[in-house]
Ligand binder design. Structure first.
Ligand code: SAM
Length: 345
């Protein structure tokens, strides 16, 4: 006799292989959508395993392509899978998968960067933020070109408990170019510590779970890929608004190799910048000669808290953007774009 809570595991009826689907629909990878497919079911299963148990879960997959990871998610016992795919050429094969699973796969054509998940999942799955995470998972072999903007956007949503995170501490298992995955997971005092490490680790416990060689993908990218698992923290280390933390962290890591006082001066008007940056660091009890990668998130939190106090005293500081003065200072505009690229390193 079946136990009342037993989860029904769907067996997918025989379907064409993913390789055959790509041939059948003449699907060639599009570089502008960062398409690199994982055709080995063993590798897809390993990615899904990084989520932990997904039995009975509701899953949202970003960029399913022909549906290979989707098939592994079904086989691991998920109950419902929403798949968000931008490339309409994949819709027929995803629709086929949806029919074969009696509607378990819900196909959402569109761009994940503009998709709000605030009412996507079943109402009964909602959990309080400080409860255990709900049985909802986000998964995706992300296109390289959107992975960093997407994770930053999702960190903001986590900080505000919006979108998928209105359901509680929804976990994520996502792929990144190996170097980006290492930066996300990077501890203090390492060369790969950067803005991304602090922004992700402030709101989530992160762990790089798996490394997939570029050779596992078709077409083969020039880089290897890391799979990172994210669990939102009940309390962020810096419990301040996302924009404020982002502004400070951005400025700190913009000048990674320089003393932190040099970067922090950019938060203030030029005529009093060094003086105010000195005061900021004195009140935060930090040495001006430190480098940003030597700061713990708690120490960055002290800088943010003192800066927030200075804003309360002088609200104009909030919107003050020294970068508007670029070109007139010791850093040129051209240099700025290099620094933008640099800051994720
Ligand atoms: N899941 C498949 C796999 O592992 O083989 C495909 C992964 S491929 C790296 C990335 C997928 O994301 C492609 O199917 C691509 O069309 C899709 N994609 C790219 N940009 C997207 C966006 N902004 N929103 C949703 N899907 C996107």
């Amino acid at each position: 006799m079946a136990t009342p809570n037993a989860v029904k595991v769907i067996r997918i009826p025989p379907l064409p292989s993913i390789r055959d689907i790509l041939k059948l629909y003449n699907l060639k990878a599009m570089r502008q959508l960062s398409q690199n497919f994982l055709l080995d079911p063993g590798v897809n299963n390993k990615i899904v395993k990084c989520c932990g148990s997904i039995k009975g879960a509701e899953v949202c997959e970003v960029g399913p392509g022909p549906g290979n990871i989707t098939r592994s998610v079904i086989m691991k016992g998920a109950r419902k899978i929403h798949v968000i795919e931008k490339d309409s050429r994949f819709l027929p094969s995803l629709q086929m998968l949806s029919e074969a699973t009696y509607g378990m796969v819900k196909v959402i054509p569109g761009d994940v960067l503009h998709f709000d998940m605030h009412d996507l999942f079943e109402e009964s799955r909602r959990k309080a933020w400080d409860d255990i995470p709900p049985n909802i998972h986000l998964i995706g072999n992300l296109p390289f070109n959107i992975s960093t903007p997407l994770i930053i956007k999702w960190m903001k949503a986590i900080s505000e408990k919006k979108s998928a995170w209105s359901y509680g501490r929804v976990r994520m298992t996502l792929t990144f170019q190996k170097e980006v995955a290492e930066r996300i997971d990077s501890p203090i005092m390492t060369t790969s510590r950067c803005r991304l490490s602090v922004m992700c680790q402030n709101w989530c416990d992160v762990e790089m779970k798996l490394l997939i060689p570029g050779t596992a993908f078709v077409p083969k990218p020039k880089v290897d890929v890391g799979v990172v698992h994210f669990v939102p923290k009940i309390n962020p280390i810096i419990p301040l608004p996302f924009e404020l933390v982002e502004k400070v962290v951005k400025i700190l890591f913009r000048f990674r190799q320089k003393q932190i006082i040099r970067g922090l001066a950019w938060l203030f008007p030029k005529n009093s910048d060094t003086e105010m940056a000195k005061k900021l660091l004195t009140d935060a009890e930090l040495k001006p000669s430190m480098r940003s990668f030597q700061l713990s998130i708690e120490e960055i939190g002290r800088i943010c808290t003192v800066y927030q106090g200075m804003i309360e005293e002088n609200p104009r500081l909030l919107t003050y953007q020294r970068s508007a003065e670029l070109g007139s200072d010791w850093i040129s505009r051209e240099k700025d774009s290099e620094i933008e690229a640099e800051e994720f390193k």
